[in-house]
Design a protein around this ligand. Structure first.
Ligand SMILES: [Zn+2]
Ligand SMILES: [Zn+2]
Ligand SMILES: [Zn+2]
Length: 122
């Protein structure tokens, strides 16, 4: 895992933040409902809008913890993170590297980088 190591080496894992390691899985626990399958905001019978009640979401590996929401799948309380669609993980294109625009920080000043959608990877 040379690529993941380079990312960690260059930017370092922030204390208390999820690891930026790539994960080669094709299914992840739904971050928005934390695998419960129920809507954490409305607790409606329709279930979690992200995983549709399954508690797990299929993804295309490799995936990485969403930088925007920190893997929680939500922003500003219980709003679904638009970057990862509430899954908490985002797909990483094979061979992708640190974003050339923001240098991998995912941000430009106070704004989030639109080239990499705040992920720091492009
Ligand atoms: Zn869910
Ligand atoms: Zn997210
Ligand atoms: Zn960027």
């Amino acid at each position: 895992m040379e690529y993941a190591w380079q990312i960690l080496h260059r930017f370092g894992p922030a204390p208390g933040k999820p690891s930026r390691n790539l994960r080669f899985v094709n299914e992840v626990t739904c971050a928005y409902c934390r695998g419960a399958g129920s809507d954490p905001q409305y607790s409606s019978a329709s279930g979690c809008p992200v995983c549709r009640g399954a508690g797990r979401v299929g993804v295309v590996p490799p995936v990485m913890v969403c930088r925007r929401c920190g893997g929680s799948g939500r922003v500003g309380g219980d709003l679904i993170c638009l970057t990862c669609k509430g899954i908490g993980m985002v797909p990483v294109a094979p061979g992708a590297g640190p974003c050339p625009r923001c240098g991998g920080t995912g941000a430009e000043g106070i704004f989030y980088c639109h080239v990499c959608k705040g992920q720091g990877i492009a």
